[in-house]
Design a protein. Structure first.
Lengths: 96, 431
């Protein structure tokens, strides 16, 4: 995977509301940790098509029919358990 | 008091693309955001408004002649074009009621928490637009700002109460921690879903059935998954309505193809662009939402409460998604065959899972119950939408959304509770 930035797909029910919130938080997280990654957004109903060439999905809703690791983004909205999910995202991006 | 009113009238007089940035900035500062962050949030919201205006212009420009052609050739009176909930949200936030909705909503929530009338801390500010819509249409129907605010308050109180009531079932079904769904549409769908499920009980539909198996649903989705891709829905629907409108006009092949394909592309474009521009508006609301969450959570720390969330969290459920896909053709067929319907479903075809998202946990994952609930919901809110769309058009005009005069008007699916409140106000206090 050398030479290309990681791609993260943020998935929610609308590709508008909760995914925007999560995308902004993830952008901040990446910037703080000096990680370059491309962030895309999709509806959960489009997730299967949209996830073809991404490395990680962060979703605020249930995601079906995909073969990419999925992390729950709900902590970013509730504000509870943010540290844990941030660590999980970082370790995924660093290892994978 | 007069001075406050004068300042308020002065600010709202600028129109939403100027008013919203000012209001969001002030609200951000009150809730304790830094000045830079607050003003950036305000400006972003304003840009979202301007973007939405452009996309509504594109949609109405493309669909105006189409609606006219369908009326002339087929006598299909679907003259109110469903602009979809994102545009409805922008209209609702842009009105005078919308300008105070965050303050009203947070106060209602705060008061109810203090008096232990709700356990839900509704941090989903985005969805305050549903309350704003109810209030805005009451304001337009009656001319009374106070009645409008009362309508929004009733809708907000109802939302928080139903969020509490549905929370245990939802948490169990989705295996969630202390969340509730305090979204102003989903909660009102319970008015329809509860009776339908009761009726299913009486008729023995899905009786004793287990939750429908995910592998069966996956097979079904495999075949109809295309209905989950808004751009393709827009394109295909554009081809169909374009052909209906322009084929009988006797144009040359080249002109005919140009018109049909342009309609299809414009509709596909709307489906992709609308969420993008509305997301800009949302981006501006994030800092405000964050501050409101911190503000409320810090005040009620240590007490047991639910965090009120957007129903978008439930949309990915396999059953909700599958039934949502099925509702796309069902809704279109219903729109054409239901007598007296004037709403042409379009924008919300990208959001059909939302209309059944509470039916799934409430029917404990049973397919037929969810599908029947969804179909009944669509029929009712389409008729309600036909009736309230003229008010919606007026609301859109009042906030300066520009679209060509003609056969086509702005329409949308109605919120069941909002509709009832608007109709009662109109009956009792109508202009």
């Amino acid at each position: 995977m050398v030479g290309r930035a990681k791609r993260i797909l943020i998935v929610c029910g609308t590709a508008i509301a909760t995914s925007t919130m999560v995308a902004m938080k993830v952008e901040d997280l990446l910037k703080k940790n000096g990680i370059k990654a491309e962030i895309r957004r999709a509806l959960t109903s489009e997730a299967r098509t949209a996830s073809k060439d991404v490395d990680l999905i962060i979703a605020t809703t249930q995601v079906q029919d995909v073969s990419v690791p999925v992390i729950s983004g709900i902590p970013f909205i509730t504000g509870i358990g943010v540290d844990k999910v941030e660590q999980e995202i970082l370790s995924r991006l660093r290892d994978g | 008091m007069d001075a406050i009113k004068a300042i308020y009238d002065f600010i709202t007089g600028f129109g939403p693309s100027v008013m919203m940035p000012i209001i969001i900035t002030i609200l951000g500062l009150i809730l304790g955001a830094q000045f830079g962050r607050a003003i950036r949030a305000g400006i972003t919201v304003g840009i979202g408004f301007i973007g939405i205006n452009l996309v509504i212009g594109l949609l109405m420009g493309a669909l105006g002649p189409v609606a006219q052609g369908m009326v002339q050739n087929w006598h299909v009176q679907l003259t109110y074009i469903d602009v979809g909930w994102p545009a409805q949200a922008a209209i609702a936030f842009g009105t005078k009621i919308g300008s105070v909705i965050f303050v009203v909503g947070i106060l209602v929530n705060l008061i109810m928490l203090v008096f232990k009338l709700t356990k839900t801390v509704d941090v989903d500010l985005w969805n305050y637009w549903h309350w704003a819509m109810t209030g805005s249409l009451i304001y337009i129907a009656t001319g009374s700002f106070v009645l409008g605010v009362i309508g929004s308050v009733i809708h907000a109180v109802y939302t928080l109460v139903i969020a509490d009531l549905t929370a245990p079932t939802i948490q169990k079904y989705f295996k969630w921690p202390d969340l509730s769904i305090s979204q102003g549409w989903a909660t009102t769908s319970m008015i329809i879903i509860w009776p339908v499920l009761k009726l299913c009980d009486l008729l023995g539909i899905d009786k004793g059935a287990e939750a429908t198996d995910e592998s069966d649903l996956a097979k079904l989705r495999e075949r109809i998954g295309i209905l989950g891709e808004p751009v393709l829905i827009g394109l295909i629907l554009g081809l169909i309505v374009g052909a209906m409108a322009f084929v009988p006009a006797g144009l040359s092949i080249k002109d005919l193809l140009t018109k049909i394909l342009t309609t299809a592309m414009s509709m596909a474009a709307t489906m992709l662009l609308m969420p993008r521009v509305v997301a800009i508006l949302m981006e501006g609301l994030v800092p405000i939402s964050d501050q409101a969450r911190k503000f409320l959570q810090s005040r009620f720390a240590g007490r047991e409460f639910y965090i009120g969330m957007d129903s978008a969290l439930m949309i990915g459920d396999p059953l909700t998604l599958t039934v949502g896909f099925l509702l796309v053709p069902i809704t279109l067929i219903l729109a054409v065959i239901l007598p007296g319907n004037h709403l042409l479903p379009f924008g919300d075809l990208a959001a059909t899972p939302f209309f059944v998202c509470l039916a799934t946990p409430m029917s404990r994952g049973r397919f037929w119950r969810t599908l029947i609930s969804g179909t009944v919901v669509m029929i009712i809110i389409m008729y309600m939408g036909s009736i309230w769309s003229p008010l919606l058009t007026q609301a859109a005009k009042s906030v300066g959304y520009a679209f060509p005069e003609g056969t086509a008007n702005i329409g949308g699916f109605a919120n069941p509770l909002g509709w009832i409140l608007v109709m009662i106000s109109k009956l009792l206090f109508g202009k």
